[in-house]
Design a protein around this ligand. Structure first.
Ligand SMILES: Nc1ncnc2c1ncn2[C@@H]1O[C@H](COP(=O)(O)OP(=O)(O)O)[C@@H](O)[C@H]1O
Ligand SMILES: [Mg+2]
Length: 223
């Protein structure tokens, strides 16, 4: 952090960016409601009309019911997904692992994007503030993977070592050739990933993963 930036300014800048990110998520959810969920629900009106018209054709009705069941499943999943995202991230007594697990579930895009979570070792207790920064870093990395790389799978791996927390977020989205360019952009940009890592004294590093980008956060702690 440059010496002329006070801690207070630094923190208010992080809050400002966090609020912007929050607005973005709300708009995304609004768009999902409007373009996806309402679309899916209006199809049911058509189904009902078709059932009415096919009253003398049991085979046709059966086909329609099968389709309706599968569409209804999708509607339920979409509503569940939206409602999970509206819940507060931290419930009383939640550990960082629990919050990360919930985050990974919440950020899944049913059918198109999977977020896998794993953890190894004994969790190290940390302050609530540090945990929230780690959580938001994970959230932004997952968001980036979906937004910029067309990933099908994202792996969030947490390792608790003797005196440090290592968190990796890897996606399978980008072609090899463009990764160096993305890494360059991420390193140059003064984004919330950089700011939050600095705020908690962690390092964040990007490299080529097996199929996409691999981000690694290392946070030294005194157990
Ligand atoms: N997982 C990723 N795969 C490919 N490119 C990425 C990934 N994450 C980030 N990038 C690239 O790095 C840039 C900077 O990311 P970021 O600082 O989060 O800004 P923003 O998401 O607002 O564009 C992105 O615009 C994108 O080009
Ligand atoms: Mg981003």
């Amino acid at each position: 952090m440059p010496f002329f930036v006070s801690r207070k300014n630094f923190e208010s800048e992080i809050s400002k960016r966090a609020a912007e990110a929050c607005d973005q998520v709300i708009s995304q959810m609004g768009a999902e409601l409007h373009d996806d969920l309402i679309q899916k629900l209006s199809i049911f009106r058509l189904y009902m009309d078709r059932i009415e018209r096919s009253s003398s054709d049991p085979a046709e009705i059966e086909t329609l019911v099968i389709k309706m069941k599968s569409d209804f499943e999708q509607v339920t999943r979409a509503v569940k997904n939206l409602s999970r995202r509206l819940l507060p991230v931290r419930m009383e007594g939640d550990t960082l692992i629990k919050m990360l697990e919930t985050l990974c579930l919440t950020m899944e895009h049913p059918g198109t994007g999977h977020v896998h979570f794993s953890t190894e070792g004994d969790p190290i207790p940390m302050s609530e503030q540090v945990e929230m920064h780690v959580l938001r870093i994970a959230q932004e990395l997952i968001q980036n993977a979906f937004k910029h790389s067309a990933a099908w799978h994202i792996w969030v791996r947490v390792q608790w070592q003797a005196n440090k927390l290592v968190m990796e977020v890897e996606d399978d989205g980008s072609g090899f050739s463009r990764i160096p360019e993305f890494i360059n952009r991420l390193k140059k940009k003064n984004n919330t990933l950089k700011m939050r890592s600095q705020a908690i004294g962690a390092s964040i590093d990007y490299r080529q993963g097996t199929k996409g980008l691999l981000a690694k956060l290392i946070l030294h702690t005194n157990r």
